[in-house]
Design a protein around this ligand. Structure first.
Ligand code: SF4
Length: 699
């Protein structure tokens, strides 16, 4: 493609509009959906749309980096330009399917809000107050802040949304080289919580959903956007054949809730109570198979959660709690999963306790132990910092926070970032786009987008075994882009942190290939011929590299069953934390919700965005969803405007009445910036949102 006009006349207002859009996408979702969405609309509307070149087609194979599903894909190219993307049919991770975002992922590089130079954005001034800088100049300023932090015993934190990469291990080395360095993964996953309940670390844990007979899901979008479209199709197929049951416990009637075998709507923020109610039944009816030393102590601890009390807290019938407990225990192998990004640490622990109680841990179809992917960096003489979580770091103690946003991944709410920074704290972000964070001085370093650079993909933790793929650069990256490995090595040398492994990205990834090859385990999918064979059949690490570079994938062999360390159920410690927060008579509970929950009936492709907006099917502005009866009781009609008022602030929204909503709940969505709604909510120390009472008044 070439641009119709290189003399583009883009107004500042247009750029700012897109800056806001990309910020929303990167902050709130596991992939830059909004940026893609913008690109899709933009390619239909804007004067500088890329014009496809004409010529012969050729095909190149690679892997999608937009989320951890790591789908294999085929790019149709004209000359060197990818013009369409499709799945690789025999690929073990996606079986030929791409999601609607992957299909147009090649548009991302044309997004007009892409950053071309490093910049400093001073607090409160917004993107319009940004100052372009040379990369070296930026490094000097950031290094000075890091040295200042070290001299004054303040913390320097590095946040990683995609742990397990070679770059992640270098981040851990960087943090270990500072007196108060912390390596943080964005959001603690349920499996990390489960790992922490063992007396000794059991190794990396993973859900084995494919081999499970029953999945008890607490808000996990299994049939919406969890994994790949092929994975979703597989769940639906198994469900229709009666081979797998899905019970969805979730406040809103999401797409997964709508298609599950049973949907149990509970009040927002009561997931922990519901899980403990199930645990109570499992123990009382002697349905457990676990012999934890502290099981009697655990039973005493959760004595306050009989089905009668839990039904009251969650707003459900006691029968649902009893039936779910019996089904979960009887249909083994079963597994309980919970959305780590939306729930408190206590809720994650309570749900993981269910897996322990019925003996699902260390069992095929339950929670399995993955082997570590071999990594020479992890074994090098340079020490690595252990993984920390942001909630464990005292408020107002981080002088410099570095965030790798070059690949989309888990993210942290702005409110939490702000709370952890010192008054003069800075935020340093590696990202293709500017994300406005007006609460501090921010440095942004431009990184390449999908198809422009070599990236390493460590796969999803919901398979029987781990995997590794590469995403090869198919087009040249623009000048001045910085990848995560270059970033941390250059920053380390500017700040005098010398204990970071050297080598280019390609050299370090090739070393990892050599380490994997020398283990001689697992299998390898070759995308060029669609064949899967044993790794030990390859003749050299170079051959492994070449296969992965051309859209292939290495899959580890499953861990052979081994005895796990003892586990302590009482580390759940949720019993005294669960509060029933009934709203006052004129209040509801505010629940920020994602756009695709509202669409409910299907995932809307960004290709359809323009049609969706023009037809009014797609929500715009801020909407609040209420049960029809609740709206009637408050004298509100569909489409009227209201003020949402919490202790933290207020904002206007348009009412949508929906019979599927729970009576006490106000689910709010903002097309412009979901952070506005999140800022109205009370936040727990671990960055999860508390159910927040909200007053709704007509304006
Ligand atoms: S599901 Fe697959 S195609 Fe879609 S964004 Fe994730 S990796 Fe890309």
């Amino acid at each position: 493609m070439k641009l119709r006009s290189m003399e583009m006349n883009i107004t500042r207002r247009e750029i700012l509009r897109f800056v806001g859009g990309s910020a929303l996408g990167i902050l709130l979702t596991p992939v830059p959906w909004k940026a893609l969405d913008d690109s899709a609309i933009w390619t239909q509307n804007w004067p500088w749309i890329p014009e496809p070149v004409r010529g012969e087609s050729s095909y190149k194979l690679t892997s999608c980096t937009l989320c951890s599903a790591s789908c294999g894909l085929r790019a149709r190219c004209i000359g060197n330009q990818p013009v369409s993307l499709s799945g690789i049919s025999a690929h073990p991770l996606n079986s030929g399917a791409l999601c609607s975002f992957g299909i147009i992922a090649h548009h991302l590089r044309y997004h007009p809000a892409r950053l071309s130079r490093p910049c400093r954005i001073s607090g409160k001034a917004g993107a319009s107050g940004s100052t372009a800088m040379a990369f070296d100049e930026l490094l000097l300023e950031v290094a000075a802040a890091i040295n200042d932090a070290s001299a004054s015993s303040q913390t320097v934190a590095i946040v990683d949304g995609r742990p397990g990469r070679t770059a992640s291990h270098l981040f851990q080395q960087f943090a270990a080289g500072l007196p108060n360095g912390k390596y943080i993964t964005a959001g603690e996953s349920s499996l990390e919580i489960l790992g922490s309940m063992f007396e000794k670390p059991p190794g990396p844990l993973a859900y084995d959903l494919d081999n499970s007979k029953m999945i008890l899901s607490f808000g996990v979008p299994l049939l919406d956007r969890w994994g790949t479209p092929a994975r979703t199709a597989r769940y639906l197929q198994k469900k229709s054949e009666g081979k797998q049951r899905i019970i969805q416990v979730e406040t809103l009637q999401s797409r997964t809730a709508g298609m599950a075998d049973r949907w149990i709507p509970i009040r927002p923020g009561t997931e922990a109570a519901f899980a403990l109610g199930i645990a109570h039944v499992i123990l009382k009816d002697k349905l457990f198979r676990d012999a934890s030393k502290d099981i009697a102590e655990f039973e005493t601890m959760i004595a306050a959660y009989p089905p009668s009390a839990v039904a009251e807290i969650c707003g459900v019938s006691q029968d649902f709690i009893r039936d779910t407990a019996r089904e979960f225990s009887a249909n083994r192998p079963s597994v309980a999963v919970i959305d780590g990004s939306a729930n408190s640490r206590h809720a994650l622990a309570a749900v993981m306790a269910l897996n322990i109680l019925v003996g699902n841990v260390g069992r095929k179809g339950g929670v399995v132990v993955h082997r570590e992917i071999p990594s020479p960096v992890a074994l090098s003489k340079n020490k690595m910092s252990p993984i920390s979580t942001l909630d464990a770091i005292p408020d107002h103690s981080i002088r410099a926070m570095l965030i790798d946003e070059s690949l989309s991944g888990s993210s942290l709410p702005d409110g939490l970032l702000q709370k952890k920074l010192t008054g003069n704290g800075i935020l340093v972000s590696l990202s293709p786009f500017v994300t406005e964070r007006p609460f501090c001085t921010q440095y942004v370093i431009p990184s390449p987008v999908f198809l422009e650079s070599l990236a390493e993909l460590t796969g999803q933790a919901d398979r029987e075994s781990s995997s590794l793929s590469l995403s090869a650069p198919l087009v040249p990256e623009p000048a001045g882009m910085v990848d995560p490995i270059q970033f941390i090595q250059r920053l380390g040398s500017a700040a005098g942190v010398m204990n970071i492994d050297s080598g280019t990205t390609e050299e370090l990834l090739k070393k990892r290939m050599t380490a994997i090859y020398s283990e001689k385990r697992g299998s390898i999918f070759n995308a060029s011929n669609g064949q899967t064979s044993e790794l030990k059949g390859l003749t050299s690490p170079d051959e492994l590299w070449n296969v992965l570079f051309a859209g292939g994938c290495w899959m580890d062999s499953p861990e052979t069953v081994r005895s796990l360390p003892a586990v302590r159920l009482t580390s759940v410690s949720t019993a005294d934390r669960i509060k029933n927060i009934p709203p006052e008579s004129n209040q509801l509970l505010l629940l920020p919700c994602a756009e695709d929950v509202i669409y409910r009936n299907s995932e809307i492709s960004p290709l359809m965005s323009k049609v969706g907006q023009e037809s009014g099917l797609r929500p715009s502005g801020c909407k609040v969803y209420l049960q029809t009866a609740t709206g009637d009781a408050l004298g509100l009609t569909d489409g009227c405007r209201v003020m949402l008022q919490t202790k933290k602030g207020s904002m206007q929204a348009e009412v949508r009445l929906d019979p599927s909503m729970m009576p006490d709940v106000a689910a709010a969505y903002s097309a412009l910036n979901q952070q506005n709604i999140i800022s109205l909510c009370e936040m727990n120390q671990d960055a999860s949102l508390q159910p927040t009472p909200v007053k709704i008044q007509k304006v």
